[in-house]
Design a protein around this ligand. Structure first.
Ligand code: AMP
Length: 216
């Protein structure tokens, strides 16, 4: 099975060629069709399995289709929250790589640095926001970010998020999201508290599970 047969749009396929991605990884094969169908997803997968593309590619595809249809993109359409600044930067770089021919606008926001550049970027318009929980809530508190138009929500590395003590922040962010949305939930492990959190925010999710890719 190739990326072409998954039905991704031409500019995305072109970007994947440029990245030398030839075949989808198991998590991509399982997740992309489910996300393109509009379903919620519960993904049990670690970093290294290709899980970033598993959510980034279908989100880019759907936003690109919306852009092509001429429907105005008002406000932030997709939110990805992830526990660390490094992961936020990596995910944002993936959106740069996969979305380079789509003109979908994206940025990463995270703490530990001045908010100035992030705020300037937000003001110039963003379709996809990649964020760590603390900085996101900070900017929401300053009314510099609104989650009212979010259509796609990704919770990345949920188990790590809880280990790092972000459960309260995550729940607060979820409470600010529109109830009508598509949610993609990823965690490397699924202990009871994570499974409960997943159950409380997902609607009839499709479960996908992959074992880690072994490193050579
Ligand atoms: P991730 O698990 O999303 O952090 O991805 C792990 C690494 O695999 C990254 O360096 C990606 O660029 C790479 N990768 C993801 N999907 C593919 C693919 N289908 N073919 C080749 N490399 C990939």
């Amino acid at each position: 099975m190739s990326f072409e047969t998954l039905g991704l749009s031409a500019p995305i396929l072109r970007a994947l060629k440029a990245e030398n991605y030839e075949i989808p990884t198991p998590i991509q094969l399982q997740s992309i069709p489910v996300v393109l169908q509009g379903r919620d997803l519960l993904g049990c997968a670690q970093t290294g399995t290709g899980k970033t593309a598993a959510f980034a590619l279908p989100i880019l595809h759907m936003l690109y289709a919306k852009k092509l249809s001429g429907e105005p993109m008002k406000g932030i359409q997709a939110l990805i929250i992830t526990p660390t600044r490094e992961l936020a930067i990596q995910i944002d770089e993936s959106f740069t790589a996969y979305g380079r021919y789509t003109s979908i606008r994206h940025i990463a926001i995270f703490g530990g640095v001045s908010q100035h550049t992030q705020v300037q970027a937000l003001k110039s318009g963003v379709d996809v926001l990649v964020a760590t929980p603390g900085r996101l809530l900070d900017l929401i508190g300053q009314q510099l970010v609104s989650l009212r138009q979010i259509r796609y929500f990704v919770l990345d590395e949920a188990d790590r998020m809880l280990d790092m003590g972000f459960i309260h922040d995550v729940k607060k962010i979820i409470s600010l999201l529109p109830p009508v949305r598509q949610t993609l939930f990823f965690s490397a492990t699924m202990p009871t508290d994570i499974a409960q959190l997943a159950q409380s925010i997902l609607k009839d999710p499709q479960k996908v599970e992959v074992t880690p890719v072994s490193s050579t």
